[in-house]
Design a protein around this ligand. Structure first.
Ligand SMILES: [Zn+2]
Length: 344
């Protein structure tokens, strides 16, 4: 399935008691720093190999070169993947645990997807704070131990949900969703909006959040890949190169793209993911014009308290944010990106 967002689904927190019991009986690591191996952001992108397939979650399906050793930060010292910005719950499979904060797993293990979610959400939050959204310079954004559940869904879908609590769940149909950092980051994009008091009151607001999630997946993947020195060998504007090998037949495999030419309003079809491609292309063009630091600061700043109205309304708010933060030329570039899509 390509649908990647369901909102308002009731969620039971049956695993909370189980997690607490397990924590009480095992010694903690006592430290906040650990090591792990992860995909950056996924094997198709970093290896440049469009012929990889899931092969029922087999380790042999993905070359060892797809794994990258990274540092985990912000752990709470319990020995579990609980930290300042992400807390992993899992009701099925083993829960990742290490008294030495060493989390080296391979993809067939349930713990690998848990590590991926912890690492990528923590990286995304650290990036947000590096842009000044730290509660001091600017308002904080989802600065809390984001609750995440892995592999809870037997079908290929993931979603974010803020009723009754803000929680992200990743499914395991096809390629396990949390094996692709771009799926993790897309869902975290919705959590960002929820935490910003962004209203999903209209179809256009839903489409904006889908488009933002796709954009967020690519911008954070790119920033982290560059910092780690991991090559990016497939088209950057292609979203979820690895997850989408399960349900696309043409290459490059993409769930969606940021660089399409959809135009408002004639290309609207009323489906939020489809219509989100209009929005994500505008964000992509803003990034091309301003660079990721200015673009992402403007884009995040503009969505606080969005009342769920129209693309045009949020586009005007985004132009205003660019004007306030970076002046005339930045505001002009942002306006141009939305005019090119027909939104302004
Ligand atoms: Zn979504």
């Amino acid at each position: 399935m390509q649908a990647k967002l369901l909102i308002g689904v009731a969620v039971l927190m049956a695993s909370a008691a189980l997690v607490a019991t397990a924590s009480a009986t095992k010694p903690g690591s006592g430290g906040s720093i650990g090591t792990a191996q992860v995909f950056v952001p996924n094997p198709v992108q970093s290896l440049g190999n469009e012929s990889l397939t899931d092969e029922k979650d087999a380790d042999s399906a993905v070359p060892a070169a797809a794994y990258h050793e990274v540092q985990l930060t912000n752990l709470d010292g319990s020995g579990f993947l609980h930290g300042d910005y992400a807390t992993v719950y899992s009701a099925t499979g083993n829960q990742a645990y290490s008294p030495t904060n060493t989390f080296d797993y391979t993809r067939h293990q349930d713990e690998f997807e848990q590590v991926m979610a912890y690492y990528w959400i923590t990286q995304a939050q650290k990036y947000i704070q590096s842009l000044g959204f730290d509660g001091v310079t600017r308002r904080a954004i989802d600065d809390q131990p984001q609750k995440v559940r892995i592999d809870q869904l037997g079908y290929d879908n993931s979603f974010e949900n803020d009723h009754p609590i803000l929680e992200i769940r990743y499914g395991k149909g096809g390629v396990d969703d949390a094996e692709d950092a771009e799926v993790i980051l897309h869902e975290y994009g919705h959590a960002i909006h929820s935490s910003q008091n962004f209203s999903f009151a209209s179809e256009e607001a839903g489409a904006i959040s889908e488009g933002f999630g796709d954009y967020w997946a690519v911008t954070v993947s790119d920033v982290v890949s560059q910092r780690l020195g991991v090559p990016e060998r497939e088209p950057l504007p292609c979203v979820a190169d690895w997850d989408s090998t399960s349900y696309t037949s043409t290459t490059p495999h993409c769930l969606r793209r940021l660089d399409g030419n959809k135009h408002y309003p004639q290309d609207l079809d009323g489906e939020v993911h489809d219509d989100g491609e209009i929005w994500s292309r505008a964000l992509w063009d803003i990034r091309q014009a301003l660079g990721h630091v200015k673009a992402d600061t403007v884009i995040l700043q503009s969505t606080f308290d969005f009342p769920g109205t129209t693309m045009a309304d949020l586009a005007n708010r985004t132009v205003a944010a660019a004007q306030a933060l970076y002046g005339n030329s930045a505001a002009h570039a942002v306006r141009q990106a939305f005019e090119d899509r027909g939104i302004l």
